[in-house]
Design a protein. Structure first.
Length: 324
């Protein structure tokens, strides 16, 4: 008697057949490229722990943006690294600060580019925490006011999307109200809804100069052990008016991408964070892995988990590979 079993290999037998049944695709439009801007001129500092990623002064940013636009990348995520930092992060909400200047420059040179502003205080405070400190603690409600001011200042500079990453309770509604009051009802909020207190941000903190000078971020970012808590955080952000939800770190916590996809109908964004990039780069430089295939597999994994968009330092490479 003949054995009965399923013939899955029928649909895998040629490249054309595999193309025909492919369920998920990475498009250049899915990619968001992070940028680090610094004061000064002629500065293009490679981040030692992130090969191929630079701190850029405005003139070098202009060159970089030309390349990004030519590659077909249509969204960038802005991080400003000011030289003056203080206890309250005043450069975050100074209309003339480096982040605001960079946003204005990009929107002038590339009006179609979607400029997303990371809205947090840690790159701007001298203590490196994401909010105002009282008696050794990051205080919630006073920080909200500063976040609102930061978002409005970024919107005034021309930011198309505000992306608050600071993990204070109520940050979405505080920013929504501040934006609306200032006449920016049309500016969406891309909330870092599910953001863990993760060691995967180490290289980013080299790039942004935002390592906390004391303690850690565990009283505001989430415990990496918790998934249900992530759903509660996301539900709050949705209720408060978020327009997009970010999961971060994306690769390490891809389960949360899937959980958000199953629970919410907003666009979901996976942040493929700095150490996830650095590990791939280090292994590739050693000749231990096939960088292109590893990266493409990772990104299609994000899509399969349910991500609509991917923030990734690999974006320029991916755009080149996709164009081939
Ligand atoms: C700002 C912020 C961080 C990252 C994005 N926005 C650092 C942090 O929370 O410590 C990390 C991104 C990365 O590692 O690539 N709060």
């Amino acid at each position: 008697m003949a054995l009965t079993f399923d013939r899955h290999r029928r649909l895998r037998k040629s490249a054309a057949m595999r193309n025909l049944v492919r369920e998920n695709h990475v498009r250049v439009e899915d990619l968001i490229y992070p940028l680090f801007v610094v004061e000064g001129t002629g500065i293009k500092n490679e981040i030692a722990s992130m090969p191929g990623v630079y701190q850029l002064s405005l003139d070098m940013l202009a060159e970089e943006m030309k390349e990004i636009a030519e590659l077909g990348i249509q969204s960038v995520l802005m991080f400003g690294v000011p030289s003056h930092k203080d206890a309250c992060g005043t450069e975050a909400y100074n209309d003339e600060a480096i982040t605001q200047q960079a946003i204005r420059q990009i929107k002038k040179d590339h009006p179609e580019m979607i400029v997303i502003a990371d809205t947090c205080l840690c790159e701007y405070t001298d203590h490196g925490h994401c909010g105002v400190i009282h008696e050794g603690e990051v205080v919630n409600d006073e920080t909200l006011e500063l976040l609102g001011k930061t978002a409005v200042s970024q919107a005034k500079a021309g930011a198309d999307i505000i992306a608050p990453s600071n993990m204070m309770d109520g940050f979405v509604i505080a920013i929504r109200e501040a934006l609306d009051e200032a006449g920016f009802q049309k500016i969406p909020i891309m909330s870092y809804a599910v953001k863990y207190a993760s060691s995967f941000y180490g290289p980013f903190r080299d790039a942004a100069g935002s390592t906390p000078q004391f303690g850690d971020r565990k009283s505001y970012q989430m415990d990496p052990a918790n998934a249900r808590e992530g759903l509660r955080e996301a539900a709050s952000d949705v209720k408060e008016g978020a327009d997009f939800l970010i999961v971060k770190p994306g690769l390490a916590f891809m389960d949360m991408v899937l959980r958000l996809r199953e629970n919410f109908n907003l666009p979901i964004v996976a942040y493929n964070v700095s150490a996830e990039y650095s590990m791939v780069k280090a292994a590739a430089q050693n000749g231990w892995i096939d960088e292109e295939r590893i990266v493409m597999e990772t990104l299609v994994g994000f899509k399969r988990a349910g991500a609509d968009l991917i923030i990734t330092y690999h974006a320029k490479d991916v755009a080149k590979w996709l164009a081939r």
